[in-house]
Design a protein around this ligand. Structure first.
Ligand SMILES: *Cc1c(COP(=O)(O)O)cnc(C)c1O
Length: 428
């Protein structure tokens, strides 16, 4: 007898495999992605398409400053998009003017330019430096090893890591690298062509390494002495992540003359937009007018919609005292990791960071991670994922925690419990 009802499809519907196959077929494979297909989030919680829940301590790489799906951002998006989404930079509009004013008030006398990403903000700094030194024939920018400044050609040229440059040579000329936190090396590297120094206040991708107070104050003195611009890449470590708006403000707290410190230019992005793409750079007076009319531009940068979201985020951060929260919950979390490092020295080598930018360096030879394969940082991250926690690897042996600035202490405690469960297994 012939079947009338058709057979059910032989392949069981599998959303995860289906989405991954869309990527494999259609998305350029420049990322080694983790085996997770995410579906939705709320605060510091994330769910994948199989329904598994994760505690998110990665924050979309220090981007989701208010966590996932915060109602404040949804409301700002709806309200502004009903009025004006985009007009280009040929005209004035209130959100960009107001956001620039907020940033200037938070940093110091100067002016801002808005971009769509971190690397574009850095590109603005490179052009500022070139313009500054142009008439004297100076163009060289010194950056540090293990720095990260983005993925455009100038970004990878500025970045002090060979792995991002490989295969894309020749690099944009005019970038040199020296060891981080080494003032003498910086002094020795300055040539008659040098025009600027670019450093992160806390190296992020390089493994969560804060600058020392002496380094920052020394760089300022060196730049004044040699007529160089001191530029800071605050794309990852900025926006209250350290417990202060800028990481240098936190690093120099209580240090003699520390409150007088001011860089000449700062790049920002990541947490600034909480997930909506926006970046910015601030330039100190008297350099703020160097990029005069016609010298720099962007079609999308600083749109009413992007600026409205960034303004709302600043408002929530201030209203809910999230800088203090980053400082307090960050100290609690870092303290918890340090206790784990003492208890399990065979797994955790060191813990470092400021506020909610915390790095955990794994011990060099964990038996479970011996042999060929992925780096210990990636293997550890996979174990955390299995246990229900999202973290971000950096370098070969470092785990980064860059959660939402409104992370609750209970969530930090849950995170420590999950991390201990993974560490304890590796130690035994
Ligand atoms: C992420 C990052 C960048 C690049 O930002 P994009 O938005 O990816 O272009 C630049 N500098 C630092 C320090 C970063 O962490």
């Amino acid at each position: 007898m012939k079947e009338i009802v058709p057979q059910p499809p032989s392949i069981v519907h599998n959303e995860m495999a289906e989405i991954q196959s869309l990527f494999n077929k259609n998305v350029i494979p420049s990322y080694g992605r983790f085996d997770i297909v995410l579906s939705h989030g709320s605060g510091s919680q994330l769910w994948d398409v199989t329904g598994k829940r994760y505690l998110d301590l990665g924050g979309g790489i220090a981007v989701c400053s208010l966590g996932h799906a915060p109602s404040a951002i949804t409301e700002a998006l709806i309200e502004q998009s009903r009025k004006l989404v985009h007009v280009s930079n040929l005209y004035f509009h209130a959100p960009q003017g107001r956001l620039a004013q907020e940033l200037v008030n938070l940093i110091g006398p100067g002016k801002c330019f808005f971009t769509n990403s971190g690397v574009e903000a850095n590109e603005g700094l490179f052009k500022l430096a070139r313009k500054f030194g142009h008439d004297e024939g100076r163009f060289e920018i010194i950056t540090t090893y293990n720095s990260f400044h983005g993925r455009t050609l100038a970004g990878i040229s500025a970045t002090g890591q060979d792995k991002v440059k490989k295969g894309f040579e020749p690099m944009v000329p005019g970038f040199r690298h020296v060891p981080y936190n080494d003032l003498q090396a910086m002094r020795d590297a300055i040539s008659p062509a040098t025009v600027a120094i670019l450093v992160e206040g806390i190296q992020g991708e390089g493994g969560v390494t804060p600058a020392t107070p002496e380094y920052l104050l020394g760089l300022r003195q060196l730049c004044d002495e040699k007529k160089l611009l001191l530029m800071m890449d605050s794309v990852q470590c900025g926006h209250f992540r350290s417990g202060r708006f800028q990481s240098y403000q936190r690093i120099l707290e209580g240090v003699p003359r520390g409150d007088k410190f001011m860089p000449d230019a700062i790049s920002m992005a990541k947490s600034l937009g909480g997930g909506f793409p926006i970046g910015a750079f601030w330039v100190r007076q008297p350099y703020a007018d160097l990029l005069s009319a016609g010298t720099h531009g962007t079609t999308y940068g600083g749109s009413p919609l992007a600026c409205a979201v960034a303004l709302k985020i600043l408002e929530v951060i201030q209203k809910e005292k999230l800088a203090d929260n980053a400082r307090e919950v960050g100290a609690y979390f870092k303290g918890g990791l340090q206790a784990l490092a003492q208890k399990y020295p065979s797994v955790i080598k060191t813990v470092r960071g400021l506020g909610l930018m915390v790095g955990m360096e794994l011990a060099p030879s964990i038996p479970a991670f011996s042999g060929e394969g992925k780096t210990p940082a990636v293997r550890f991250t996979n174990l955390l994922h299995e246990a229900g926690l999202i973290a971000i690897p950096a370098g070969t042996h470092i785990l980064r925690f860059l959660p939402a600035l409104n992370l609750h202490k209970d969530e930090a405690a849950e995170g420590l419990k999950i991390i201990e469960s993974v560490v304890a297994k590796l130690a035994s």
